[in-house]
Design a protein around this ligand. Structure first.
Ligand SMILES: *Cc1c(COP(=O)(O)O)cnc(C)c1O
Length: 389
């Protein structure tokens, strides 16, 4: 067989050994508390499930969906953006439903990346930005996100030669894995950068509804000029605990939305219609679940950050998301500490290096585990005898 060379360009999956070790320990009956999975533990709200079940019985929803999505869903997305962010979108031309936002994040590379193209990618960052770039034949240029800069990229530090070649820039706030938020002022600087360098912006925003202390994060689309230069990917996954249903959206620049639809309409056949209608229910239905989820998550965040500080893992309190990004003590790499926590106290975390080179001395905790498991994990972390090096 002659496999395409693009497969060889992808880096090997890093966590093979750690995952094997977790599986071995579990096979021996060891109880592992895992902070390694970024997927809501609380179920999809029941009014959404009820609509899905109802719509599943309707024969019209058994047939191929329209690949650009139901007009009702386009409308519901536009209404939600207006009520949540005060952003008015044309539901026909500035909104496109996706089979989960990851699908669109992957496919948009095919609209902007050719062999040798440069894409500006945050480090650390969600791995799909760089992987989709490489699959399409392009080259990521990494923008370091450091704590000193609030985990925002330094746009002035991007060399002109790189900015001149770049076709796309990825941003993601509230940020996975650092938990940092960004201001509208930062987004406006990004718009200026995009204009100056003729770079399209993709803002990945699945966590705008996962925030703490009632401080609602902005949408990139609120920034002046955003729709001239970019789009925003959003999702129902994290907002309504619908990761398994696979539904998200892209909104913003018409030409970018149309280009993505051109690629998608040739590769997929849209989102099952019952799921689209469940999404309409989620977006138009009662929104109280969002603040309820956030209260639960805020308590978990505070419990975890407190114990991490106590055991010497320096941690900036996250503004949003499910993640706590903790710096490992002197003398460890993130991978070494991950192994030690697994062996000594049977706690699983994710080594930061999985999100990029800047993550080498970090580990990521996800707080999407039930409260009793979180408390058990906290007891174990408090018992960890670190710093023995
Ligand atoms: C979860 C996540 C996504 C993907 O969400 P789906 O809509 O479920 O595909 C995209 N970006 C980031 C940063 C995420 O954490």
């Amino acid at each position: 067989m002659q496999f395409a060379k693009r497969l060889d360009r992808l880096p090997p999956y890093l966590f093979v050994d750690i995952n094997r070790r977790i599986a071995d320990l579990r096979a021996k009956g060891v109880d592992i508390v895992t902070f390694a999975i970024g997927d809501p533990d609380m179920p999809t709200p029941s009014h959404i499930i009820e609509r899905l079940c109802w719509e599943a019985h309707v024969p019209a929803n058994h047939r191929y969906p329209e690949s650009d999505g139901l007009p009702e869903l386009h409308d519901a997305i536009a209404e939600w953006y207006e009520s949540r962010f005060g952003v008015k979108l044309d539901p026909n031309t500035e909104v496109l439903p996706l089979i989960g936002s990851k699908e669109g994040i992957g496919h948009i590379a095919l609209c902007f990346v050719e062999s040798g193209s440069v894409v500006l990618v945050p480090d650390p960052g969600y791995p799909v930005y760089s992987m989709s770039t490489m699959i399409a034949g392009g080259q990521p240029h990494y923008m370091p996100l450091t704590e000193e800069r609030g985990f925002l990229p330094d746009l002035d530090a991007i060399p002109e030669s790189v900015a001149g070649k770049a076709t796309l820039m990825w941003l993601n706030y509230p940020n996975n894995p650092t938990g940092a938020g960004a201001s509208l002022e930062f987004f406006e600087r990004a718009v200026a950068f995009a204009r100056k360098n003729d770079v399209a912006i993709c803002h990945d925003a699945p966590y705008t509804e996962v925030y703490f202390e009632g401080k609602k994060p902005p949408s990139f689309m609120q920034a002046a000029g955003a729709r001239d230069v970019g789009v925003e990917f959003h999702s129902l996954s994290k907002t309504y605990h619908m990761t398994g249903w696979r539904i998200g959206m892209v909104v913003g620049n018409k030409d970018m939305v149309r280009a993505l639809f051109t690629v998608k309409s040739n590769l997929d056949s849209g989102i099952p219609q019952a799921i689209q209608l469940a999404a309409v229910e989620a977006l138009r239905g009662p929104q109280g679940v969002v603040s309820h989820h956030n209260q639960v998550l805020q308590q978990r965040r505070d419990r975890l950050v407190e114990v991490l500080q106590r055991i010497g893992l320096h941690t900036r309190t996250p503004d949003g998301t499910f993640y706590v990004w903790a710096k490992v003590p002197e003398g460890y790499t993130g991978v070494e500490l991950t192994r030690e926590l697994l062996e000594q106290v049977h706690v699983a975390v994710t080594p930061g290096i999985g999100y990029g080179a800047e993550g080498e001395h970090y580990i990521r905790f996800s707080i999407t585990l039930p409260d009793d498991r979180l408390e058990e994990g906290i007891r174990r972390l408090a018992a960890w005898r670190g710093g023995s090096r």
